[in-house]
Design a protein around this ligand. Structure first.
Ligand code: AHR
Length: 518
């Protein structure tokens, strides 16, 4: 039977209506331009590079004697170019859990005289310390990123950390500045941002918050500022996800003139014990991962509320210095190396999370995606001389227009992405105005089955034109491979139009769009 031919013509409008309802939803957004006042700190777009798997060695660094892969002082030239284009504002190093095992003095001086070390947390591999303080800080200068050094509290000493500060920052005559000069660097680097340990509640020493607060005060006191530039920005090791008690104790017990930032770590996954494949996942697993990513909104809201209680003037920043999607490692790779592919699911995680950070920029003033190359939700994957810029890279690059722009608060009348009995807000959005007067709106439609018709009321702001870019692919599981590195790339978005004070746009299923209004 030919069903199409027998369909009574009279049912067609009803059928079209049903189809439209099923495949397109309506969302209205208002830009409250008059309330724009908070700056989106560019450091929200920060990254994280740990001595873990092939992030540093064979990721950033291939060695300064490498003649096969083009490099500058051992750092891959293609990586440098990609990170400059990304506008990486800040880069955290050397860990992570690794930071609390790292002794910085082993990583300076002549490379062939440096002692090796065993990377106890990540795969138990032996490292030769050929990538150390000078390599990292010079690389940051090259890519235009502010360095964020994570100090060793777990297995180090106050003296060791104090001397590191002195080594990299002190302009006067001192044993450490003399040693720095002997090792080839005359001027100090003036590193401002310092982590005081990492995950003190776990790999950083399994401490209670009360105990860590005491240790923190000791380190923060003796680090002092050995530079003649701005004062230090010290980040206390913060809570694991929803451990609000940790935040409460640190805000209560650490004098506020000793701390500039309080960290928070949270990863997105299906279930911690059942993470599943990075590329072969079903819709239920997708839904669970995005739900876990959207939880970041509740986390930053609740941690901020505790901080507000002790610090109503918001002097201390909430620093989400580890975030991103976490899946099973790719088959055949070292389980301790955390190497995973990166799909359109990760693009969705990046898009919604960055919108959350933008919208909370009054308190969230730095965040660091874990991790830059070949580890967890990486922006770059490498295989010998080959390189891939992942979907996450493209989202971070599209969104970099928000860096240091002024947040425009929004109101949204959202629709739901429904799976079974569970629902999530389908559209995520943030908006900002940059110093040149351009307004940018970043939108994510997490629903893989429905387009979204968006109507944006621009209030009294007058614009002449709208343009945009979109990241989308046929399937959520789509990803770039070393054989097809350009498979997913942002393209021009023609689906938005402007009429007076109203902007309309149609977001395809599972897409990320950034609009620019002039
Ligand atoms: O990013 C991987 C690890 O996750 C970090 O080393 C640690 O801080 C966190 O638990």
């Amino acid at each position: 039977m030919n069903f199409k031919r027998r369909l009574p013509f009279a049912f067609l409008p009803a059928l079209l209506f049903f189809f439209f309802q099923k495949t397109t939803a309506q969302v209205t957004i208002t830009l409250n331009t008059g309330d724009a006042k908070e700056k989106i700190n560019r450091n929200i777009y920060g990254h994280f590079a740990e001595h873990l798997g092939h992030c540093i060695y064979d990721g950033f660094y291939v060695g300064d004697t490498n003649k096969v892969i083009p490099n500058t002082d051992g750092v891959r030239n293609d990586v440098i170019a990609a990170l400059i284009k990304l506008k990486v504002p800040v880069l955290r190093w050397p860990g992570g859990c690794f930071a609390d095992t790292y002794h910085w003095k082993d990583g300076v001086g002549e490379k062939d005289k440096r002692p090796s070390m065993v990377n106890k947390w990540w795969g138990g591999v032996t490292e030769d310390n050929s990538f150390g303080t000078h390599d990292f800080l010079n690389m940051c200068e090259r890519i235009g990123a502010e360095p964020y050094l994570a100090g060793n509290v777990g297995s180090g000493t106050t003296q060791e950390l104090t001397q590191w500060v002195q080594y990299v920052n002190f302009d006067g005559v001192s044993p450490m500045s003399k040693w720095r000069k002997q090792n080839g660097r005359d001027r100090p680097w003036n590193v401002k941002i310092w982590g005081v340990g990492n995950e003190a509640w776990g790999c950083g020493g399994h401490m209670t918050p009360e105990y860590y607060a005491n240790i923190y005060k000791q380190y923060a006191t003796f680090m002092t500022d050995w530079s003649n530039s701005d004062h230090l920005f010290r980040v206390a090791s913060g809570a694991n996800s929803s451990d609000y008690h940790w935040t409460e104790v640190l805000m209560r017990d650490i004098p506020h003139d000793l701390v500039e930032g309080l960290a928070l770590h949270n990863y997105s996954f299906v279930e911690w014990t059942k993470k599943g494949s990075a590329t072969a996942f079903n819709e239920a697993q997708y839904f669970a991962t995005i739900k876990s990513a959207l939880w970041m909104n509740e986390l930053v809201t609740k941690h901020s509320a505790i901080m507000d209680k002790y610090d109503p003037r918001k002097k201390i920043a909430l620093v989400v210095d580890e975030w991103g999607g976490w899946y099973d490692v790719e088959s055949g790779t070292n389980p301790g190396f955390l190497f995973q592919q990166n799909t359109m699911r990760d693009a969705m995680i990046a898009g919604v999370t960055l919108n959350i950070f933008n919208n909370h920029c009054d308190r969230v003033r730095m965040a660091n995606l874990a991790q830059t190359i070949n580890v967890l939700q990486a922006v770059i994957l490498t295989d010998k001389e080959k390189i891939i810029l992942t979907p996450t890279y493209h989202v971070m690059e599209m969104y970099n227009v928000h860096q240091d722009a002024t947040l425009i608060p929004i109101a949204i009348n959202n629709t739901s992405y429904i799976l079974g009995k569970d629902t999530l807000p389908a559209v995520s959005v943030s908006a900002s105005r940059d110093k040149n007067g351009l307004t940018h709106i970043s939108l994510v439609n997490i629903d893989p089955g429905k387009a979204q018709d968006i109507t944006i009321s621009l209030n009294d702001a007058a614009f002449k034109s709208v343009s945009g870019r979109i990241l989308v692919s046929a399937h959520l599981q789509d990803h770039a491979t070393f054989g097809e590195p350009e498979k997913i790339k942002p393209v021009v978005f023609g689906g938005a139009s402007l009429k007076g004070n109203t902007l309309t746009a149609k977001l395809p299923p599972a897409s990320v769009v950034v609009l620019e209004l002039k």
